[in-house]
Design a protein around this ligand. Structure first.
Ligand code: ARG
Length: 513
């Protein structure tokens, strides 16, 4: 204790039993730092990472197949991780690795030709729901050998780049894309599509490179890479000579490292794909593309997540399993939030636009928070009632808490921007101090969330922040007290940090309730 250098950070030290030195932070130092953040902006509290450029591969649904709840989870979790990296000044490539290639396109194209001999007739409305179209073409494929034969040839013709086939493929992709975009638009998630097909031209070269390094072996007619500790090898060329999911992922990883120069590549999918990614990463390590040591860059990380269960305890599938249904799910969250606001008479108080925006922020925010608040690996049970509860650890409760703080500041009649410059913050009361200390943890919490790729860490921090605030607010009078200026600044600091947490979770804050 005697050897600790003097620091303005430290108020006092004491020896607490054998081996422990208690350090009490200086309340002046704490207050000064919070006030500095208020003046210079919360960006000054961004964690400093060692990476400059990252890829987050998330959402990634499959063309003409259902965009299921798993893709929704990937979208919400991936967006949050991308936001945290962006906040930390990392350049993020938000990649939608859509499944837009594969043998299923042969049957889809053939079916399209059969239904719409005149290609102009094949538009979105005529085709209707793509998944239905997929089902019908699959039926045709399974029941009619002649059709099956044509579908198989269609794949070859598509792969050899025949224009008519390529156009039909592009048409099908475009219809799916429009459906996916409805979900992204509601969630306000930005993604840049580089689907599987994008990497096709790179596959042969990448396999060549791996072969030259002696990593590729022959096994039962296929070309494979053996991975230490795994019984089955990673198949990179099928026995029929075709490429697969793994060939594409190896090419994509190569591209991201060499062409895009990303240092950290993050993949967000359900835990079911863990083995696939482990094997792809191991192969890349053997090839020397990735550092063998996971604590250095370039590195790749798989962010797995668990299932969403229905209230019957089974995998949430049937009711909300399709694209349109996902949109319905989000709409229902919004509509329920709107109904509550109307019940509370807000339709008379607010403009129609305010009502819509608040309902949307609360409804979609609730859906996202409900997903993000659990450790991503645990399964959770979907429930509108729990999700939209205005008490407990929900976005509804937290958004209201934020709005309440904003209203305290508004009602004081003080110009908060002016106070930031002229007033000063003091942390005399124990509850002020506890709140201040929690605020100062913000930066390391975000860093921890990023290190372990766990958005729930931010949720937990946010919820605790609202608890610290409640304790402070119930024990310390703000408006009309001798400490009014300081306490208003503490309110503002809390609201600022809460807003940044919302932002990092992809939730739009509300200012009025
Ligand atoms: N399309 C895949 C699926 O729906 C997810 C793709 C994840 N990204 C990747 N690079 N493999 O399961």
């Amino acid at each position: 204790m005697k050897n600790l250098p003097p620091s303005e950070m430290i108020e006092s030290c004491s020896v607490a039993g054998p081996g422990f030195v208690n350090v009490v932070l200086s309340k002046n130092w704490m207050a000064k730092n919070i006030q500095k953040m208020l003046v210079d902006g919360i960006e000054t509290w961004a964690p400093k990472l060692r990476v400059k450029k990252a890829v987050v591969d998330f959402s990634s649904p499959n063309i003409a197949k259902e965009m299921h709840v798993g893709h929704l989870r990937s979208t919400i979790i991936g967006d949050s991780l991308a936001r945290m990296l962006e906040f930390s000044n990392v350049e993020v490539l938000r990649r939608n690795h859509v499944g837009d290639w594969g043998t299923q396109f042969g049957m889809l194209i053939e079916y399209l030709f059969e239904k719409f001999p005149n290609s102009e007739d094949a538009n979105e409305t005529a085709i209707g729901e793509l998944q239905e179209f997929y089902r019908r073409s699959k039926n045709r494929f399974d029941s009619d050998p002649a059709f099956k034969e044509r579908a198989q040839q269609a794949v070859v013709r598509l792969q050899s780049g025949e224009p008519k086939y390529h156009e039909a493929w592009a048409q099908i992709c475009e219809i799916s894309r429009k459906e996916f975009d409805k979900v992204y638009k509601r969630l306000r998630v930005d993604l840049e599509e580089k689907g599987e097909s994008f990497y096709n031209p790179y596959i042969p070269g990448v396999i060549d490179e791996l072969s030259k390094q002696g990593l590729v072996e022959e096994s039962q007619g296929a070309r494979v890479i053996f991975i230490e500790g795994v019984n089955i090898p990673l198949i990179i060329v099928k026995s029929d000579g075709g490429f697969n999911y793994a060939s594409t992922d190896l090419a994509a990883l190569w591209y991201r490292l060499n062409e895009e120069k990303a240092e950290w590549i993050i993949y967000v999918t359900d835990v079911g794909q863990q083995l696939h990614f482990d094997m792809v990463f191991s192969a890349a390590k053997r090839a020397g593309w990735l550092s063998a040591d996971d604590s250095t860059y370039p590195k790749a990380s798989h962010v797995g997540f668990g299932l969403v269960l229905g209230e019957d305890g089974k995998r949430l599938r049937t009711r909300f399993s399709e694209v349109v249904r996902l949109v319905d799910l989000l709409d229902e969250a919004k509509n329920r939030s709107k109904a509550v606001l109307i019940e509370r008479g807000k339709d008379k108080e607010w403009t129609e636009e305010e009502l819509e925006q608040t309902a949307e922020a609360v409804g979609y925010g609730a859906a996202k928070y409900f997903d993000l608040k659990n450790n991503r690996l645990t399964n959770y049970t979907f429930s509108f009632d729990q999700m939209l509860n205005d008490k407990g650890n929900t976005a509804v409760y937290l958004l209201y808490a934020h709005a309440r703080i904003c209203s305290i500041i508004r009602k004081s009649g003080k110009d908060i921007e002016e106070l930031k410059k002229t007033g000063s913050l003091v942390l005399d009361h124990a509850d002020e101090r506890a709140l201040g200390l929690h605020l100062l943890h913000f930066s390391e919490v975000i860093e921890e969330a990023l290190t372990n790729l766990l958005p729930n860490v931010v949720c937990e921090y946010l919820y605790n922040l609202s608890e610290y605030f409640t304790r402070f607010y119930s024990n310390c009078q703000v408006v009309g007290s001798a400490e009014e200026t300081s306490r208003l600044l503490l309110c503002e600091a809390t609201a600022t940090v809460m807003r940044k947490c919302f932002h990092l979770l992809g939730i739009v804050p509300v200012y009025k309730i």
